[in-house]
Write a protein that binds this ligand. Structure first.
Ligand SMILES: CC(C)(COP(=O)(O)OP(=O)(O)OC[C@H]1O[C@@H](n2cnc3c(N)ncnc32)[C@H](O)[C@@H]1OP(=O)(O)O)[C@@H](O)C(=O)NCCC(=O)NCCS
Length: 184
């Protein structure tokens, strides 16, 4: 089942998406903003990675489609079915339009799926202290900063603090009620 936001669709990864994903991994401007780290990824290793992906019932990765075009990816990973929580992430390709609400709609669609379909209770994430686009996006979507991991991530010759964040089902419901996001 594909997941629909107001303007985006979240769908499964296909082999044809590997180049988009590879370009995002190889893009230094994205690497600078995300918590994880990457090395130069070849077409071969990208395709190999995709072919060994299994449907393990714990990690769900989606392509974000906007106006019929793949523009990025988002995910629910490490789903913990007992404690009903998962980790989330998002990346838009550098060629995709920014500050047009694509990120917000993708995060909102993912949150609705997580809470209303998967019946999760909590989502978790983190962002680098200087990642303002991410902070603005997630705070707008109801997330709460729960703590700081000091000097947790090394990039560009120095250590950076990591903001550890969470969203409870009740935070999401309150935000939807206040913003009327799904009504407009
Ligand atoms: C973070 C990211 C997904 C945001 O996507 P986007 O489609 O531009 O986000 P939106 O248009 O929905 O904007 C959401 C909010 O964040 C704000 N925002 C987005 N980019 C911003 C920027 N560069 N500077 C300041 N605020 C920004 C928007 O103004 C908006 O708030 P508003 O509605 O109050 O104006 C995108 O910039 C990206 O992919 N960055 C690289 C990867 C990354 O950092 N991923 C997250 C790792 S934790």
């Amino acid at each position: 089942m594909n997941i629909y936001g107001k303007s985006v669709v979240l769908r499964a990864f296909e082999l044809r998406d590997m180049e988009l994903l590879r370009e995002m991994l190889n893009d230094p401007s994205i690497e600078q903003m995300v918590v994880g780290w990457a090395w130069p990824i070849s077409e071969f290793s990208q395709e190999q990675w995709f072919r060994q992906l299994s449907n393990n019932g714990k990690d769900f990765r989606f392509i974000i489609e906007y106006e019929g075009k793949a523009v990025g990816s988002t995910s629910l990973t490490d789903v913990d079915w007992k404690n009903r929580k998962a980790y989330t992430g998002i990346k838009l390709h550098s060629s995709s339009p920014k500050q047009k609400g694509i990120g917000t709609d993708a995060v909102m669609a993912l949150q609705r799926y997580a809470f209303d379909q998967l019946q999760l209770q909590r989502l978790e994430g983190s962002w680098l202290d200087y990642n303002k686009p991410s902070e603005n996006l997630y705070l707008k979507c109801g997330w709460v900063i729960e703590g700081i991991q000091r000097q947790a991530i090394y990039k560009d010759g120095k250590y950076h603090d990591l903001k550890v964040v969470g969203l409870l089902r009740e935070d999401y419901e309150k935000m939807v009620e206040n913003s009327k996001y799904w009504e407009s």
